[in-house]
Design a protein around this ligand. Structure first.
Ligand code: MG
Length: 382
């Protein structure tokens, strides 16, 4: 049985690596729909290779050129956010790979869950913003959520055959990013180009900046809370610069189970698609003899305040994690555009969290309003 995929964010880092997996297993996976933001050249190339039924582009101004360039194919060409929210519900689709960047991934992920699709989740912002709604819907519509994030895949793999109630602690590893050893003084003057040089992982620009500021790890703490049903106090972040131990779980009897491997996103992507099976791969192997050290340090919240802000946002609950995400999206983009400094990003996020109106039990509509309001506040602080 060929499983049909809908890939949201097909031209991004996770999207293209998902297509690598599909290329290795054409007898198992088919590409039913490709959706991208605005990278039209790459999208056209992918459509010509994989011949999906639907090709969707978020930026509506690119609809005509896309249609023209794919005129040799018989596929449907759609454009806009409404189209993406609709494509995920198509009956032939088995798995939706949610790999869009940021808040934009929320609505299509919710629609895919409501349609009972299996979700291979790479878009962590979805769970940061609206974890409670996502988890409730997933239960109600029997939509499995399988983590693609390498750390959460590692935790998920460590939990196979285990009972969630026996988790004592989740040990979430972090590479520490390019500024792990920098002083606060040095961090004042770093540029986006410096931050985009991640030591171990090759990822998109937004997440690479989030990794450098450790907001990515803060988001992953919140993601772990929702995926594995543990309070954030039970999620311990460990800085592990070698990125070999992808994360671990400590159980109530004191045993620790971890998943190790070379840093290559194709492995967690493939596992999310093939679970509960493991498929053969030629991905690079971690050579344990070649590793001199496996080290673990406590994160420094004074130099990386974003991590503390993420814990604070979940503790306050309600719409505050949504505020955290919106302010971060504004600050992250501003930093990439040279409109704010590296350390200023945390100030913007923290001040936005202080100023935004608190909603204890938000509905989906409240999240939409919160996102707009928080972005305005964050912009005004730039
Ligand atoms: Mg990760």
């Amino acid at each position: 049985m060929v499983k049909q995929l809908c890939i949201l964010g097909s031209t991004g880092s996770i999207g293209t690596q998902t297509l690598d997996v599909v290329r290795s297993y054409p007898e198992r996976y088919g590409v039913y729909a490709l959706c991208a933001h605005r990278s039209i050249d790459k999208l056209v190339e992918q459509a010509l290779e994989f011949k999906p039924e639907v090709v969707c582009i978020a930026d509506e101004s690119l609809y005509e050129p896309l249609k023209e360039r794919l005129s040799s194919l018989s596929c449907k060409i759609w454009a806009g956010a409404d189209a993406i929210a609709e494509v995920v519900t198509m009956p032939s689709i088995d798995i939706v790979v949610a790999a869009m960047v940021g808040y934009a991934g929320l609505r299509p992920t919710i629609e895919a869950i409501k349609a009972g699709k299996t979700i291979a989740l790479a878009n962590k912002e979805t769970l940061v913003v609206a974890g409670e709604i996502i988890c409730d819907l997933a239960l109600r519509h029997h939509a499995p959520i399988l983590p693609v994030d390498s750390e959460h895949s590692a935790i998920f793999q460590s939990l196979v055959g285990e009972d969630q109630s026996e988790i004592e602690k989740i040990l979430l590893t972090a590479s520490g990013g390019p500024f792990r050893t920098f002083s606060l003084e040095q961090m004042k003057t770093v540029t986006a180009a410096d931050a985009l040089k991640h030591p171990n992982w090759d990822m998109g620009a937004k997440i690479t900046i989030d990794s450098a500021s450790m907001m990515n790890k803060g988001f992953e703490v919140i993601e772990a809370k929702w995926l594995f049903g543990v309070p954030v106090e039970k999620v311990q972040v460990l800085v592990h610069p070698q990125s070999i131990v992808h994360s671990a779980v400590q159980f109530t009897d004191g045993a620790i189970k971890a998943q190790l491997g070379a840093p290559d996103m194709r492995l967690p992507i493939q596992y999310a698609l093939s679970f509960p099976e493991r498929l053969k791969s030629d991905f690079p192997r971690a050579d344990l003899f070649a590793l001199k050290d496996l080290t673990f340090e406590e994160p420094d919240l004074a130099r990386f305040p974003n991590l503390g802000l993420a814990y604070e946002a979940t503790r306050r609950g309600g719409n505050i994690p949504c505020v955290l995400n919106a302010a971060n999206e504004v600050a992250n983009l501003a930093f990439r555009q040279g409109r704010c400094g590296f350390l200023q990003m945390s100030d913007i996020i923290s001040n936005t969290m202080a100023k935004a109106a608190f909603i204890p039990k938000p509905t989906y509509e409240n999240y939409v309003e919160t996102d707009i309001e928080a972005r305005k506040i964050a912009e005004s602080l730039l």
